[in-house]
Ligand binder design. Sequence first.
Ligand code: MG
Ligand code: ZN
Length: 216
Amino acid sequence: MKVSLNQKILSRNDDFAAKNKAYFRRRGILCLNFISSPGSGKTTVIARTIGALKGKLNIAVIEGDIKTDTDAQKIRAAGAEAVQIETHGACHLSAEQVANALTLLNSADAKVIIIENVGNLVCPSAFDLGEHRRVVVLSVPEGDDKPVKYPGTFAEADVVLINKIDLMDYLDFNLERVLADIRAVNPDAVILQISASTGEGMQAWYDWLTKNAGAE
Ligand code: MG
Ligand code: ZN
């Protein structure tokens, strides 16, 4: 009998995810796992959120990228603490990497920790990082076929942010189809239409976040 490598990796991951969850519980922190394709605007959404909620909600960020710390620099410029994880080729974050990053965070008073996963709609959804909620970002220029092509990722989302809606008039993006395709795999997800660059629709997201962080 053989235990598949995948099973071993996932069970090791679950052990670290449980550790992370205990860390968040002890400190009363809400943890979000942001998942999307590359270029959907995750970092811009997070940076704008930090700026808008400054003084109301203390947010710290764990950035996952295959290479570079440019996203962590953007988050620091927005006014929050950020720890960068470079995965050196791996296409998703593991709970163990997040556990290591947590030891490097000094934001003792953070109410929210946002984990920005590696840009990829496939395997990040298979790795529990110990988060409370998953936020999937889908941007208009990526096209309206993503929910049918990656149903597993959308099925696991608590919130879907449809970003870059300011570009909807210029691109062939069937919003009705996207909403129906998300609903088909996930009737309960909160779906919000936003533009992190213009700020349109962002208030509903801030409201969801402050409410879920218990900071209303
Ligand atoms: Mg990013
Ligand atoms: Zn991967």
